[in-house]
Design a protein around this ligand. Structure first.
Ligand SMILES: [Fe+2]
Length: 514
């Protein structure tokens, strides 16, 4: 609700109050109303209008009632009428009062509608007006105080709304830079600032222009003199409290954003003077938002740190397993990388890509349970030996299954040797029964095996490996995953040739003999 609406409501309430003091109905004998200035338009007693002028407010101007005209002009007073009666014979009195900070006239009319009704004397009318005036002014004062509270409540409500929006918006974001950007935009809106900036612990300034929902980089931070800005930033780093300042045409409010490592980034918001100065309410709101924002950023940083640590530990584990077979060193790492590229090409949800990369990385973890003399055997495997090798998907599944945070990779690990025609292992799944993550891993696993040098042959070229995969499309290799893989590989080789050569060194030392 705006302050203007609130004011209109107050006026309406006052008018209702005075109307409530009237005694409507055909037998009314006393009525009270407001005759006032522009802020309180003439509202003569209903009884007077009804009985005297036919109920038409405009009749006051056209037909005239000397007493009401005088009251509206502020010149009517007790005793201004001959014998206290108007020309129609009603008793009348008027009294000046103050309503809503402006002058208004209270007037009262008394007249019997039929013979025999008791009539008040002139002195009674004045006492009646005094009582009404005190009552109306008391209500007016309470309304004025309430208006102040209402504005404060309204401001608090809007600030709470912004903080709620902020929590909703930030909850979806994990990138710290993006969180900072949203935070700055919301802070600027919260305190109605046009410009904001963040000062890093290394004294770098990132300045923004803010207009409603849009935020853009600005060339300069708020126009505070350098020494004053320095003092403000140092003060906030030291006290960790929100502070306000002013310089030239700018009103400035600033506060600390404390990060996980206890470093303090200072957020500054500024607006041109002319607007009111920042209030204690603004300072409290900023403090709340920055405390919340600091917590969210710290959580994100912690989450990222843990994610990186888990990834590094897992990579180290997987690299150790790959080392069991010298010829497949780096196989799992490349598997994870290519699986992610292929999944992206297939249009799988972004939220799934990380899981698929993990699955690609861990798909052969079960090889840790395969005897080295079988795993690294240079010649052709016997059927019995191959049966042992075929146990590695289930072994990998059993190793990872108890780990809660690896549930999302289990399908890829268990089913990455299933073939669309049902001739794969361990369960002989057919076509769409094979989870998509497993189909993707099988393609990239095959490609990496073909382009790696083994004890019994050199690596195939990229083209030859792709031809072999193409021949097996629909039987041993899922067609959709294979096509997506070819497109992803082409894009990768074209856009990042040096990275490709570094990841696939064997591909340049190939032999195309199958
Ligand atoms: Fe495997």
């Amino acid at each position: 609700m705006s302050a203007a609406n609130s004011m209109a409501t107050d006026e309406s309430l006052l008018h209702d109050l005075v109307g409530g003091l009237s005694l409507p109905g055909p037998d009314a004998t006393v009525s009270v109303g407001i005759v006032g200035s522009r802020a309180h338009p003439p509202q003569p007693p209903a009884h007077c209008l009804r009985a005297c002028l036919g109920g038409d407010p405009n009749a006051i101007a056209t037909h005239g009632c000397a007493f009401l005209k005088a009251a509206a002009a502020g010149t009517a007073a007790a005793g201004s009428l001959p014998e206290g009666r108007c020309e129609k014979g009603y008793r009348a009195a008027a009294q000046q009062t103050v309503l809503g900070g402006g002058a208004a006239i209270l007037c009262t009319l008394e007249g019997a509608q039929h013979a025999g009704m008791p009539q008040l004397g002139g002195a009674d009318l004045i006492r009646h007006l005094d009582a009404v005036s005190r009552l109306v002014q008391g209500v007016d004062r309470i309304l004025a105080e309430n208006a102040g509270f209402a504005d404060e409540v309204l401001q608090n409500y809007e600030q709470l709304n912004l903080i709620f929006d902020l929590t909703q918006q930030i909850a979806q974001v994990t990138d710290v830079v993006e969180i900072e950007r949203i935070l700055i935009q919301r802070v600027a809106r919260l305190v109605e600032a046009e410009r904001a900036c963040i000062v890093t612990p290394a004294d770098e300034y990132h300045a923004y222009e803010v207009a409603g929902e849009s935020i853009s980089c600005a060339a300069e931070p708020p126009q505070l003199p350098v020494a004053q800005l320095r003092e403000l930033v140092d003060g906030i780093r030291h006290t960790r409290q929100v502070q306000v300042s002013a310089a030239g045409n700018w009103q400035v409010i600033a506060g600390p954003l404390v990060r996980l490592d206890d470093s303090v980034h200072v957020i500054i918001a500024a607006r041109q003077s002319g607007a009111h100065a920042f209030t204690a309410g603004d300072m409290m709101a900023l403090e709340s938002v920055l405390a919340f924002g600091g917590q969210i950023i710290s959580n994100s940083e912690l989450h990222e740190r843990l994610r990186r640590m888990s990834m590094e530990v897992t990579r180290a584990l997987v690299a150790a397993i790959d080392k069991k077979d010298h010829y497949t060193s780096g196989h799992s790492e490349r598997g994870g990388f290519l699986a992610r590229l292929t999944a992206q090409e297939m249009g799988l949800p972004v939220s799934e890509l990380q899981n698929i990369e993990w699955a690609g990385l861990l798909h052969d973890v079960g090889k840790i349970g395969i005897p080295e003399d079988i795993l690294c055997k240079p010649g052709k495997l016997t059927n019995e030996e191959f049966d042992v090798i075929k146990q590695h998907p289930r072994m990998g599944y059993e190793i990872l299954q108890p780990i809660g945070s690896f549930q999302m990779v289990l399908d890829g690990v268990l089913y990455h040797h299933e073939y669309p025609d049902g001739s794969g292992y361990p369960e002989g799944l057919v076509g769409d029964e094979i989870p998509v993550v497993a189909r993707i891993i099988h393609v990239v696993d095959t490609f990496d095996a073909l382009t790696s040098t083994r004890s019994y042959r050199k690596a195939f070229s990229i083209e030859k490996a792709c031809d072999i995969i193409r021949e097996d499309k629909g039987t041993r290799i899922d067609a959709e995953a294979a096509e997506a893989f070819f497109r992803a590989l082409e894009t990768y080789m074209t856009t990042e040739p040096e990275d490709f050569t570094a990841r696939f060194p064997c591909a340049s030392e190939h032999s195309d003999d199958r």
